[in-house]
Design a protein around this ligand. Structure first.
Ligand code: FES
Length: 103
């Protein structure tokens, strides 16, 4: 485990994804019903930032071609996305979001 601070919890609001640079990784953060999730920011289909997409429930829709992923598992949910994205363990400590990108 290699926990790295990603952002202040106060920066992340429900339903509004946030891009965070965590070490060498670009990570998209999401908050749904108070719980925090983290995935790759880069869509697995082509070059697009998922943090700029629309979050509906636990599904993030890519802003470029409309592919979609479940933020809890990284599984693709809508064409043209067919490869999963990575998800990362998250913990909240002292008002900060911590991500383990090596898990
Ligand atoms: S770049 Fe995300 S669906 Fe094409």
């Amino acid at each position: 485990m290699a926990w790295t601070r990603a952002a202040a919890l106060a920066e992340l609001t429900d339903g509004c994804p946030l891009l965070a640079i965590v070490g060498d990784e670009e990570v998209a953060l999401y908050r749904v019903n108070g719980a925090v999730y983290a995935t790759d920011d880069l869509c697995s289909h082509a070059e697009a930032s998922l943090a700029e997409g629309d979050l509906r429930g636990y599904i993030i829709e890519c802003p470029r071609h409309g592919g979609a992923f479940d933020i809890r598992t990284g599984e693709p949910k809508h064409f043209p996305a067919f490869s999963p994205i990575r998800t990362f363990p998250v913990k909240i400590e002292e008002g900060s979001i911590w991500i383990d990108t090596e898990a």
